[in-house]
Design a protein around this ligand. Sequence first.
Ligand code: NDP
Length: 291
Amino acid sequence: MTTNGTDRVTVLGLGAMGGALAGALVQTGRATTVWNRSPGRADDLVAQGAKAAATVRDAVRSSPVVIVCLLDHASVHEVLDPIADELRGRTLVNVTTTTPAQAREAAAWAAGAGAGYLDGGIMAVPHMIGRPEASILYSGSADAFRRHKPLLDTWGTATYFGEDAGLASLYDLALLAGMYVMFAGFMHGAAMVAPAGVTAREFAAMAAPWLTAMTGGLAGFAEIIDGGDYTVPGQQSLEFSDLRHIVDASAEQGIGTEAIAMVQRLIRRQIDAGHGEEGFARIIESIRRPV
Ligand code: NDP
């Protein structure tokens, strides 16, 4: 058991994720106080040894460290604003998903209330919490991250990005952006083959190893992007990457073309600007400079 200020901890918000975070803390034997707006959600945790607080104020008073896992930024203010006077000298660890600007606003607000502030971005689903593959990104107070690292380690792999409280959220949302566009690509492919009688399950069996193999190219793209020279030999050119045939084949299958046409537009803008012989990684310039 750690005694560096993290042996007593409070968790505000016992939804799917807050409940998992609180459960992991209870498992480590920490004195865990929990609070949720709607009654009933603490029952299982109380059965495991947590203490349920009747009010947010009581919950916050119980511990030097307060974990906040609510729906969104607005709900964080709704819950904390009325008890701001109770936060002085405590540390808030806010793992509610917010934008970077909202995370910075929360950090400034917490500083005004005399509290330390660490923002967190959870790259995991609830059942992963407590295992190393649950990656949780943090930014904000370096001192809070260092002091409470044993607590944070109980949830998964903790990575710290710096004092700017918005950084964890920025990484979180950037990683999710990559994931969602990849998912949309998979859905597009599944929709393409469906009229040929191929089930999504059959397509997934082909797509998963293919996409996994393709992620091996990310480091190469990154090297080109960081070097800023899209003419380095050996790259697949933008002209070669023209996706017209994929767009046409999608239309022939009678499906929507938005997902693949979006990538085609990024490519076309660079070709039209005279960069057709340069590498595919150059489409990042279409994204960086929106029309
Ligand atoms: P849930 O919808 O399961 O729970 C939402 C929680 O927020 C509940 O405790 C709810 O209370 C509370 N809440 C909502 N609005 C208010 C309010 N105005 N005042 C007080 N409490 C409020 O969401 P999750 O637990 O899944 O997610 C919580 C956070 O974790 C979100 O920001 C989410 O993006 C993030 N997250 C979740 C992941 C997941 O896989 N679930 C993955 C990564 C991040 P009540 O019970 O009263 O409704």
